[in-house]
Write a protein that binds this ligand. Structure first.
Ligand SMILES: Cc1cc2nc3c(=O)[nH]c(=O)nc-3n(C[C@H](O)[C@H](O)[C@H](O)COP(=O)(O)OP(=O)(O)OC[C@H]3O[C@@H](n4cnc5c(N)ncnc54)[C@H](O)[C@@H]3O)c2cc1C
Length: 446
């Protein structure tokens, strides 16, 4: 059985905030999960979800358990070990005409990580979260028992695990649906949008015509152009639309070292945003693009998280419910601008119905995600954003979070009590823990 101890004395999520710890990787998850406090995939969650709680150093690294166990050519159901990466699923299945029903914005994630975050993609308005396309899981639950669960069998555990941030059990195996694609290319349309209100309207109009939509916002523009940006839409190209010359993916680049913190300072970010907006000088562009460039633009730059310097960064992602009205996104952006929260990556997405996962993040409305370099005032900025989000009736995405306070989270998440009840049933001694569970679920008075 391959078994490695590795990664040195510190661990971090994608936001690069280091804590003491290391992974023990194993290809036999059933065996190695017996005494582990937490499983961790490719560490692409930004915050502290994949990090051990204080006083514990070791987490179970799943990436050696990456076998494909079965695939049904007639239906697209794939059974695999939880450490299999999405990149490997694409490598094996795209040339055969299959694609995951839902993908996040990076392919460097594992199936276990996708389940634990109940990830959503550019098609959330149409196809929901990955949990809608998972039909069976094998887990080692906190109490120690290996359990198979689905919508029909141990359903409560199944739904608590979708979006349950690894705290209901170690996922050992997953059954996930792939969908047929007519060609390996994307027909993409991008439209320049003058302000946030036009964005809201554009996203909702595009949702009925396009399976994939999302927008980039210049979140430093103010006044009449507050929230200007570019709306991206896409669908799989039909075989007769496929180009004679294949479109190339973006060339691969790498950030070779950790940058000084001024690199992501307001001046650079503002200049980047202005150039990025100006580069899209046509009002509308349509063409065939490579799926890597469409779904995973950031994967083209290896280690891009090093741009944020030694202190690292966090991503703030919230969802604002439809009932809070079309001006809710404007109110959040105004607050961000007021607090000087500069972000070169600010993404807006249209969300469909709330997922079946008990702690699934999206709900019908709009999601806004922004990368924020960690500075002395970051906690204050996130507190202010969270208070606004609570007022709007929204919530934050745990897989990106590392600053939300327990009291704020409780106000955002009416489903938490039910989820805690199921967690306690399967893990009465709270053997499964993470830095996130210690921060967010233990101290209700803060
Ligand atoms: C560039 C980029 C773009 C992204 N875009 C999106 C997006 O569009 N939509 C979206 O929803 N997310 C997005 N994400 C977030 C990412 O999809 C999730 O954080 C995903 O869960 C990471 O998977 P991982 O394998 O790296 O898991 P990790 O980060 O290693 O772990 C994440 C959580 O999963 C748990 N976990 C991992 N493996 C197991 C297992 N076998 N059993 C039980 N628990 C487990 C961990 O304990 C932790 O709580 C993005 C991240 C990046 C870096």
């Amino acid at each position: 059985m391959p078994h490695e101890k590795n990664t040195g004395p510190t661990l971090s999520g994608w936001g690069r905030v280091m804590v003491p710890g290391y992974e023990v990787r194993s290809s036999d998850l059933a065996e190695s999960s017996k005494h582990a406090v937490l499983s961790r995939g490719l560490g692409r969650s930004y915050g502290d979800a994949s990090l051990p709680p204080r006083g514990v150093l070791e987490v179970l690294g799943t990436t050696l358990a990456d076998r494909i166990l079965a695939f049904d050519e007639a239906t697209g159901w794939l059974r695999a070990e939880a450490g299999l990466s999405l990149a490997e699923v694409l490598r094996v299945f795209m040339p055969r005409g299959w694609f995951p029903a839902v993908t996040p914005g990076t392919k460097f994630v594992t199936l276990g990580g996708m389940v634990a975050s109940d990830v959503h993609g550019k098609n959330h308005h149409k196809d929901g979260c990955i949990g809608n396309h998972i039909r069976w899981l094998k887990l080692r639950a906190g109490k120690g028992r290996i359990v198979e669960c689905s919508r029909a069998e141990e359903a409560e555990l199944f739904f608590a695990t979708l979006g349950g941030m690894g705290l209901t059990g170690h996922v050992l195996e997953v059954e996930m649906r792939l969908v047929r694609i007519p060609s390996p290319w994307i027909l993409s349309e991008s439209i320049r949008v003058p302000d946030i209100d036009a964005f809201m309207e554009g996203l909702s109009r595009a949702a009925s015509d396009w399976p994939f939509t999302m927008g980039w916002i210049d979140c430093l523009s103010r006044g009449a152009s507050l929230g200007r940006g570019i709306l991206y839409c896409g669908r799989w190209a039909e075989p007769n639309e496929a180009p004679r010359k294949s479109p190339a993916p973006k060339p691969k680049l790498a950030v070779p070292w950790v940058c000084p913190s001024w690199v992501m300072g307001p001046f650079v970010v503002k200049s980047f945003n202005q150039l990025y907006y100006a580069k899209h000088w046509q009002r509308r562009w349509t063409g065939i693009v490579h799926p890597e460039s469409f779904f995973y633009p950031l994967d083209a730059i290896h280690h891009w998280n090093r741009l944020y310097g030694k202190r690292g960064f966090t991503q703030y992602q919230c969802v604002l419910p439809k009932k809070s009205g079309p001006l809710a996104a404007r109110r959040v952006l105004e607050l961000l601008v007021k607090h000087g929260g500069a972000s070169f990556l600010c993404v807006i997405k249209d969300c469909g119905e709330q997922g079946e996962g008990l702690l699934s993040f999206p709900m019908r409305g709009i999601s806004i995600a922004l990368d924020i370099p960690i500075r002395d005032n970051t906690q204050g900025l996130i507190d202010a954003l969270n208070e606004q989000v609570i007022e709007e009736g929204g919530r934050v995405y745990l897989t990106k979070d590392s600053f939300t306070r327990p009291l704020h989270y409780r106000k955002m998440e009416p489903r938490l009590a039910k989820w805690q009840e199921i967690r306690s049933k399967w893990d009465p001694d709270e053997r499964l823990q993470s830095a996130l569970s210690e921060r967010l679920l233990k101290e209700p008075n803060q």
